[in-house]
Design a protein around this ligand. Structure first.
Ligand code: AP5
Length: 212
């Protein structure tokens, strides 16, 4: 299974992606997680990427292509994967087509999580992350069992640097301008699966698995 998870910031790509990992045993490949990891390691790529991420802008394509190509070539991606946060503009979608042509596979579906703006704003401003396993919590919708620590590893939860109201507005603007055109890109190829991304997490997951 080779899927793309599409949708605005906060639409639940990571949350649903993790559930898909649990169900199908394939990796979730998140460019956002990989870039944040590079930033926390202080690598040259990470330092460059962080400037764009903190401003809510897309990291330049040439920086992202390398890490995606490398990640897709790893053994665990051989049987399939869930791409979260890539592609993010038409140039990235075209690059992905080239990669798939090279490895002789096709993207089976692009799953669009449809969530209104007011809801994504609520979700992002209340989100807290585990810095170790990257699990996303929410201070109202998905609270950890113990105050502000991860249920899985006990790490202290923190807010993402780009989840401030100002940066979230910019991320949503960038989504509308650069990423939303991919909806038509995949629709025209007959592989777009549009899912109502509102309601309880488990119900959304059920909609996705039924649609797939
Ligand atoms: P990235 O990390 O990809 O962020 P994003 O796409 O903006 O998406 P988010 O991770 O914010 O949200 P999500 O849809 O995964 O929602 P989640 O499940 O966490 O990218 C960050 C930055 O990296 C970009 O701005 C860019 O700078 C850079 N970047 C990344 N990829 C790039 C690329 N390809 N090219 C260039 N630059 C790139 O859920 C959100 C919250 O809602 C959580 O708190 C969760 O618990 C809660 N929640 C989830 N589902 C529900 C529900 N059904 N009901 C209530 N709450 C819910």
């Amino acid at each position: 299974m080779r899927l793309i998870l599409l949708g605005p910031p906060g639409s639940g790509k990571g949350t649903q992606g993790d559930l898909l990992v649990g169900r199908y045993g394939l990796p979730r490949i998140s460019t956002g997680d990989m870039l944040r990891e590079a930033a926390s390691e202080g690598s040259e790529l990470g330092i460059k990427a962080k400037q764009y991420m903190d401003a809510g802008e897309l990291v330049p394509d040439e920086l992202v292509f390398g890490i995606v190509r490398e990640r897709l070539s790893r053994v665990d991606a051989g049987n399939g994967f869930f791409l979260d946060g890539f592609p993010r503009n038409t140039a990235q979608a075209e690059e992905l087509d080239v990669v798939f042509a090279e490895i002789g596979h096709e993207i089976e579906a692009a799953v669009l999580l449809d969530v209104p703006r007011e809801e994504v704003l609520r979700r992002l401003t209340g989100r807290r992350m585990c810095p170790v396993c990257h699990t996303a919590y929410h201070m109202v919708y998905h609270q950890p069992a113990n105050d502000c620590v991860c249920d899985h590893d006990g790490a202290k939860l923190s807010q993402r640097d780009d989840d401030s109201e100002e940066v979230v507005s910019e991320r949503l603007r960038v989504y509308e301008e650069q990423t939303k055109p991919l909806v038509d890109y995949y629709k025209s190829r007959g592989i777009l699966v549009k899912i109502d991304g509102t309601g309880p997490v488990e119900e959304i997951f059920d909609r996705i698995t039924k649609a797939l």
